[in-house]
Every structure is written in structure tokens, then in C-alpha cells.
Design a protein around this ligand. Sequence first.
Ligand SMILES: [Zn+2]
Length: 315
Amino acid sequence: MKKLTTPTTVYEDKQYFYLSDHLGSSSWITDKDGNALQHLSYLPFGEVFANQKASGSSFDAEFKFLGKELDSETGYTKTDNRYYWANAGIFLSVDPLCDKYPMLTPYNYAGNNPLIFKDPSGLDFDPTIDHKNKTITINATYYTSNKNKAHLQKALNAWNEQSGKYYFTPEGSNKEYVINFNLKIAEGNFDTDDDALNAFGSDKSGSANYFQFGEVATNERGHTFDGNQITVSKEAPNRTSSHEVGHTLGIGHFQFGLMETGGNDDKISIGNVANILKTAKFDVKIPEVIRNNQIDNNGGGRAKTTHNIKGRVHY
Ligand SMILES: [Zn+2]
């Protein structure tokens, strides 16, 4: 990449600064001197509501709703994997995870409820790295009504108890970092599911999740919607809640252990932890980790193979 300045420190004129709203959508765009060039606001499904330009300026921001590119020819927003048609509030292709949400159209945006939910592209947890103490902590908060708190706490403990058991060497470091889990129940008194859901909806931390008992599809014990909203059947075994918590950490399905769909085993494996780190954008070579180690968690035991794994995870 070339630097955009000349040796005489004359700054490139065409520098634009995008200031975003709470969803990451472009709200104000300024030039290099801080003069506003454009102001945008949006309806809940992302249709442009106001598009104001500074007089004499023809600048039109490429990146609009959710900070994604709006194709000026088609009017579609290019999200990570699919085109989104904001004016109609639908995606143009099916949700690759649609079999998990049989109650919704596979073209839906934000569960058709954008006032409470937003697009599932982000993380629903917050990994923090402490370079001094060499720790990586997976932080997340879970909203639930008062009556579910004791049950949910057990599900979270299944993960919290993994703290200190796994290590990871981040790329560029030669030191092992210990992995800790800090999953906790949100503070507050929520008498009903709706109270908890509303509090979850107004939590903008980016690491908030929601848990409830409720109706699920036949042959389903529970599901996690948008990566952060868990519904578990009253009839489900206890492991289901820990399993769904695993989904909120970005873990997909495994063939064995806690993350097996419909299984009975509640063991958390090195592959599960590698999956979380991968979701958090650490450079973990998941396929090798999973293939070799998915059931390598009988209360101990190291990863059998760590070759080819940049950013090693071991038990
Ligand atoms: Zn599942």
C-alpha cells in the first residue's frame, strides 16, 4: 500500500470519515477537516430515511446501512454473504442457517424484528486479551427472567469451569495465553420473559444474550436465534441449555460431546474452544483442531496433534 501523503505533508484531499450510529450504519460523513459532507438516517429495516448533502457537494457515501456497501445500480446492500434489499426488508437469497429457524422465512432480516434485534453478523460475546497476565477472557452476559436464573447459571458454569484449562499461542507471540470464561447473568430483576427480553434489546454492549424456556419445533430441544437468543424446551435435558450457550459463543455442531445436536454427552472439547477463538478472529486452523481433537476431553489429555496449527490450542 502507498501512503497518501506527499513528502511535503500536503494531505490527500479525498479523505472521508464515516461516523456511525449504534448499528454501525453511516450517519455522518465528514471530510479531512471535519466538515460534514453528508448526513444519513434509516428506517428500522435499513431503508434510507434522510439523505442530506452539504450544499455544492456531490459526495455520496458508498457504505450506508450497517456500514455495508449500497450498490447504487441495484439498490441492494452487500452484506457479508448475501445481498439485502432494505426497501423490502428481505435478503435476496436464503439464510444458510435457515434450518435452525423453521418458524421464519429464510429471507428474513433480524428475525423480522429490527427494533429489538440486529443483523447476526457481529459477535455476541467479547473476547479480551490481557498481554501482561497472558490471558484471553471470553466475556458474555445473559438476560433471563428471575425464575430461570438458577437453571441458566448452571449452564453458564459448564463453560466458566473450563477457565484455566486451555491455552492458546496467538500469532506473533511465543507465549501461551490461558483461556478464561466469564459468562454471567445480567443484573436486574425481570419478573417476566418480556421484561428480560426488553432489557436485552436495549443492551448495546455487543456481548448480550437472552435465554428463555419456550416452544420449539417438533424434534428440537432448543435453538439459538441470531446467535444470541436461546429458547429451550421445558422437556429438554440440562445439557441442552449449555449446548445453546455454546452456540452463543459461535460454536457450530460437532459429531461428539456437548455440541453434538441431539446427543447426550456434555463434554466440552478442545475443538469447541478452538471454534470460539476462530469466531473471535484468532488465527486458529479449525479443521485440523476439530478432526484430531473433537472428543479429546476426558477431563484431561492434550491435543494429539498440534502440527500445522498456527496459534495452537491445547488442553
Ligand atoms: Zn445446536
